[in-house]
Design a protein around this ligand. Structure first.
Ligand code: PLP
Length: 434
């Protein structure tokens, strides 16, 4: 039966952004071919991290709280011991004065952005369109599917800092272009950023928050990779708090993606609106995950393992990626984004004469999967060639796989970028067809 879908039904039943690539990847893998998969957004299962969650689970299983946790519904806002553990941790660590009115636990942080996109962005009762502003594009592809009012999503192109000889570049917010005003519903960005690994500086965050504060606009800082857990920053950064800042984090990159846990910390009235949204949608997040997270945060084990195990693991992988590229890339303008955090590298092939999707297909034929960059530019409406010249490379593979994959990527780059555009286009059409 093909049901008649509503406008929202139609929109939400389509895979957005990178999920469409993932479907292609799953199908390619099912066809039986072996790939070096550098497309994964799933974190690596690090034995010490897994053991920590196992220990927390054992504690939960042997405690009197078990029945209360899994056999009963709970409060929408979250499980009380987790709320207390997070508040104690953040208040102590960052000198804050957050109370239980400033926190919401959600089933993963993706859901949190869905609530915000539709509670703070879209049409007001007066018919006025409130924008969801992404101040620094590219950014997390998942922001592309969260608004039921896609016309509300507005992203800004960055300023680009680059070093031609060193083969690196870095995005910066372009404050000459960025507009935050009475049309803005809320501002959202990831810090550290998926896909680029960029970390906005403390001053850049404060400047964006100040611009938004003038118009009473909330700024959601997606801290899925930030300290204190999972601490996937490779450069100094301080989480910034303030009246209009909602600090949003997630336990997914700290080894618990299956349990779906997101945390929002911010202004009482914003939190209240998001909490009601959650009650209507799904009541609350899984209490099992919340209970083991309470143990891991209260004991300090999660923050400790983040800096001692999780961060060094991915930071070392970024170094492998960077040196592999330096060793094998041909003499064409290629640039790796500064590796300031996250679990990805972001590569820009400036003179790529084919699209990122065509390049992805060619590399797939060589047994390597990366993610084409174009799905990471939600909210950019103009035609901008840069969106078709970038690739996200996951740092979840082994060192050897990363090195082998970069050799293949260099060969495809050589094939495509070193030939004249017209020749290349014909050759690539042949290669893709074959
Ligand atoms: N934000 C960023 C920047 C991400 O990379 C991800 C997942 O990869 C999410 C949010 C969603 O994470 P979750 O819903 O698992 O908390």
């Amino acid at each position: 039966m093909k049901p008649a879908l509503t406008q929202f039904g139609n929109q939400m039943s389509h895979l957005s952004g990178v999920r469409a690539v993932m479907k292609d990847i799953v199908e390619a893998a099912r066809a039986g071919k072996e790939f070096i998969n550098l497309s994964a957004g799933n974190p690596v299962i690090l034995p010490e991290v897994e053991q920590m969650w196992r220990d927390c689970t054992a504690k939960l299983l042997s405690s009197a709280e078990y029945g209360e946790v899994v056999c009963r519904y709970g409060a929408s806002q979250g499980y009380r011991p987790l709320i207390e553990a997070v508040l104690n941790d953040f208040n102590g660590r960052f000198g804050l004065n957050l109370s239980d009115r400033n926190i919401l636990i959600t089933p993963g942080s993706q859901s949190l952005y869905f609530y915000a996109a539709n509670a703070l962005g879209g049409y007001t009762a007066e018919g006025e369109l409130k924008q969801m502003v992404l101040p620094l594009s590219p950014d997390y592809t998942g922001y592309g599917g969260i608004s039921l009012t896609p016309e509300a999503v507005k992203a800004y192109k960055p300023a680009i800092e680059m070093d031609e000889k060193g083969h690196w570049f870095k995005y910066r917010p372009d404050f000459n272009q960025l507009e935050i005003n009475e049309k803005t519903g809320f501002v959202l960005f990831s810090r550290p950023c998926n896909p680029t690994g960029n970390v906005l500086s403390d001053d850049e965050v404060k400047r964006i928050a100040a611009m938004a504060s003038t118009y009473n606009v909330p700024v959601l800082v997606d801290s899925a990779y930030a300290p204190p857990f999972p601490s996937l920053n490779f450069t100094e950064m301080t989480p910034i708090f303030g009246d209009n800042i909602v600090h949003c984090t997630s336990l997914s990159k700290a080894g618990l993606p299956g349990e779906r846990l997101g945390i929002a910390l911010g202004d009482e009235q914003v939190i209240q609106a998001l909490e009601s949204f959650q009650t209507n949608l799904c009541l609350h997040s899984s209490r099992y995950g919340q209970a083991i997270a309470a143990h891991a945060i209260r004991s300090g084990a999660l923050a400790d393992i983040s800096t001692r195990v999780i961060r060094p693991y991915y930071q070392a992988k970024f170094a492998v990626l960077e040196s592999a590229l330096q060793d094998v890339m041909p003499d064409v303008p290629w640039f790796l984004h500064r590796g300031e955090g996250s679990i990805f590298g972001w590569l820009w092939l400036q003179d790529l004469p084919i699209t990122d999707w065509e390049f992805y297909e060619l590399l797939k034929q060589k047994g390597v999967l990366v993610v084409p960059g174009s799905p990471f530019f939600p909210g950019i409406r103009e035609d901008w060639s840069h969106t078709r010249q970038c690739f996200r490379i996951s740092l979840t593979a082994s060192d050897q796989e990363l090195v082998t994959a970069m050799r293949q990527l260099a060969e495809v780059t050589e094939q495509t970028c070193r030939q004249s555009n017209s020749q290349t286009t014909e050759r690539v059409a042949d290669l893709v067809a074959g």
